[in-house]
Design a protein around this ligand. Structure first.
Ligand code: ZN
Length: 238
């Protein structure tokens, strides 16, 4: 008789420990996932990288256009001095040379226009890059703080977890092997909850109303009884 009073108290204690134990475990899992990465930070890093890449590419294009334009200027100069040298007398050849000079100049203008466009783009990309880098620094700092908060909580939760684990072991020692087995069996089968505490006349887990006869048995006898509806061990809050 007296053993079952102890058993009831121990089962209730076990139930309370396990509810916390499960909560702490879920919380640790969640925290571990959260501490792994920040999607905001990753997105921003990718953006900085992509703008930087675009900036380098545009710069290279601008420099190439500049080089091309310079070498064209050199060719134009050569052709013009050739034109002025008086060595060519054939009007057709002179005309062709002049046409070639005109075409090269036209091409050079086009190169210069494109080069200027790139220069403007470089300036604008530079501004964008600096802005993004500044927010990256800010977000990185926020993340460092957030991470350290998360890590602090993980440490605390792990301590709680160990504490509950030990408390659970102690309660398990009080229970008879039979009752412990029944409890663990129900816990596996009933979604992690083996015990239901009575709420007035209802099972605290499935909320079915419990017959008066059973209620009286639970309240006034030392017998361990199950909820007729969900099968969990029904206990009163001692
Ligand atoms: Zn029930």
């Amino acid at each position: 008789m007296g053993n079952n009073v102890n058993a009831k108290a121990a089962l209730l204690k076990m139930h309370e420990i396990d509810s916390l134990y499960d909560k702490v475990r879920r919380r640790i899992l969640l925290l571990n996932r959260a501490v792994e990465s920040s999607s905001e930070l990753e997105t921003l890093r990718e953006e900085v990288e992509s703008v930087d890449h675009e900036l380098q590419g545009t710069r290279t294009e601008q420099q190439d256009l500049e080089l091309e334009s310079r070498s064209l200027t050199e060719k134009i100069r050569e052709s013009e001095s050739n034109l002025m040298s008086g060595e060519l007398n054939n009007p057709r050849e002179l005309e062709a040379l002049q046409a070639s000079i005109d075409s090269m100049k036209e091409h050079r203008t086009d190169l210069e226009n494109r080069s200027v466009e790139r220069l403007v783009m470089v300036d604008s990309l530079q501004v964008t890059l600096e802005k993004k880098q500044a927010s990256l620094v800010e977000v990185e700092e926020e993340w460092t703080n957030r991470k350290s908060t998360l890590e602090t909580e993980i440490d605390q939760r792990k301590k709680e977890y160990l504490y509950l684990k030990r408390a659970r072991e102690q309660v398990a020692e009080i229970l008879s092997e039979e009752n412990l087995e029944m409890y663990e069996h129900l816990r596996r089968r009933k979604n992690g909850v083996a015990v239901a505490v009575l709420e007035d006349e209802n099972c605290g887990a499935c909320h079915t109303q419990v017959a008066v006869g059973i209620l009286n048995n639970i309240r006034y006898s030392d017998d361990l009884l199950s909820c007729p509806s969900c099968g969990r061990i029904l206990l009163t809050d001692l």
